[in-house]
Design a protein around this ligand. Structure first.
Ligand SMILES: [Zn+2]
Length: 483
């Protein structure tokens, strides 16, 4: 019992990295952790509610505390899970037909909803008022107990901190006993790939012949590290990374529901920084709300918050590089650095632009990678550049990125890199050099022929003149004389 956390479903930490979410899911229940951790946010939310009292904020709980958005907007129904339609359909079908696999393995990148999905399933299988619906009713004794976090039959284990065999042995030993108060005993094991080989082995037998009241829900970011023997005994569900557009749309809708305005480009910048994770993005949105004024989030603020450079200034720099204008390029670079850009981050953003331009070149209007304000300048720039030269600039930048990390003065390394990029942009590509050489050869040959024709014409002209002379002076001899 020491090894496993026998708290309720929501009592475990979220998947990784982010500030720990408070324990219970239900916004209405107050909880000491939540009260302290969200204290600052609570004040701001209270102020905000004075400005616009009509808005029914989900993040503002009954007790007046401000919940973090990631917690307030954690899906409570399967339909609320965004972007995972295929997995959702499988689970819903299994639930409605009552044929849910006893062991499910949810894999996918972090922040895609694995733990959320596992918790929803745990609630659904234990809900007593669900009937033919797939979503937990939220009103029956099981649902209420789980919302309060008072269930000992739903156990969440973080395999990252319980890698040993002992925790698993506890599960295996307890597997035979019937659940205490719920229809099913559910074990949610997060980051299951972290379990030791011995732990996996201890689990195998139970996985193969599980008692009917037992359910295993595994979540992992690295499915390839899970032994095949375990994989083959599970229903595997793969959650996919969400694209920036889907995420941005979600953040726009959440902001709206909270009574905030957000620029689409600001939402897109947040989505991009979230790298496919709904939760990461919601946390960033939280920060943006704290930093912004007047219930309106603008791109400029988000950029500053994320330490992103001004997109237009980056394009100025790129354009100068492509034009081969070194003084201009260095001036642009100075301006960016003056505004607070760090050398390494700046180079990363420059490389990202080169990548986006290449995608734009290949995909044209369908490329979703450009911010709308970028699109015009990006398209113009991409038009004047070949894919080959874009890829050469990228290669030089990548090499420069490695050097930047080794350089004693990153700033001067960045200067020198820009010099190199400008030189490279002005240089013809090998293919162009070959084409030019071939053209030169052809010209030479053409010139030779032209010369021959000219001589021929000259000769003809000379012949005609001679004839005229003979006509004028019959019988005379014609000598050629040079002066
Ligand atoms: Zn229920």
């Amino acid at each position: 019992m020491n090894e496993t956390k026998k708290s309720a479903t929501e009592k475990s930490a979220p998947e990784q990295a982010l500030p720990p979410l408070p324990s219970t899911e239900d916004a209405a229940t107050s909880d000491k952790d939540a009260a302290t951790s969200d204290k600052d946010a609570a004040t701001s939310a209270k102020d905000a509610s004075i400005i616009e009292p009509k808005v029914k904020s989900k993040a503002l709980s009954v007790a007046g505390e401000r919940l973090v958005l990631a917690r307030a907007y954690r899906p409570r129904r399967f339909a609320d899970l965004i972007g995972q339609d295929q997995v959702r359909r499988i689970v819903e079908n299994a639930l409605s037909s009552g044929r849910l696999h006893h062991a499910i393995l949810l894999s996918g990148p972090r922040g895609t909803g694995k733990t959320t999905m596992a918790r929803l399933i745990a609630r659904a299988v234990n809900c007593r008022g669900r009937g033919k619906e797939v979503d937990p009713c939220g009103a029956c004794s099981s649902c209420e107990a789980m919302a309060r976090g008072e269930v000992i039959d739903v156990v969440e284990i973080d395999a990252a901190s319980h890698t040993g065999v002992d925790g698993v042995r506890e599960i295996v030993d307890g597997a035979g006993y019937r659940p205490v108060s719920m229809p099913c005993r559910v074990y949610i094991i997060d980051e299951v790939h972290m379990l030791s080989r011995a732990a996996f082995n201890a689990l195998l037998k139970t996985l193969e012949e599980p008692p009917p009241h037992l359910r295993f829900l595994f979540a992992t970011t690295e499915v390839e590290k899970v032994p095949l023997t375990v994989l083959s005994r599970c229903l595997r569900l793969e959650l996919t990374r969400l694209d920036s557009e889907t995420l941005a749309a979600h953040y726009v809708s959440v902001s709206k529901r909270e009574g905030w305005q957000i620029e689409r480009e600001a939402a897109l910048a947040i989505a991009r920084a979230a790298e496919g994770s709904v939760r990461d993005g919601l946390s960033l949105l939280d920060c943006a709300m704290v930093e912004s004024e007047g219930r309106s989030i603008v791109l400029e603020r988000v950029r500053r918050m994320l330490f992103l450079s001004d997109g237009h200034a980056l394009y100025d720099l790129l354009e100068a590089i492509v034009k081969g204008d070194l003084p201009e390029a260095l001036t642009c670079l100075d301006a960016l650095i003056l505004k607070g850009a760090q050398a390494e981050r700046l180079l990363r953003e420059l490389m990202e632009r080169l990548h986006r331009l290449s995608r734009l070149k290949v995909e044209g209007g369908t490329a979703l990678l450009l911010e709308p304000s970028d699109r015009e300048r990006g398209e113009k720039l991409a038009q004047g550049l070949s894919l080959a030269s874009l890829s050469r600039l990228w290669q030089i930048a990548l090499r420069g990125y490695e050097e930047l990390r080794l350089a004693p003065h990153p700033r001067s390394a960045l200067d020198m890199l820009v010099v190199r990029l400008v030189c490279a942009a002005g240089m013809p590509l090998p293919r162009e050099v070959l084409a030019r050489l071939a053209r030169g050869q052809k010209n030479k040959e053409e010139n030779k022929e032209e010369k021959k024709e000219e001589e021929k014409k000259e000769e003809e002209r000379g012949g005609a003149y001679e004839e005229k002379l003979r006509e004028a002076f019959p019988g005379a001899t014609i000598e050629e004389r040079t002066m």
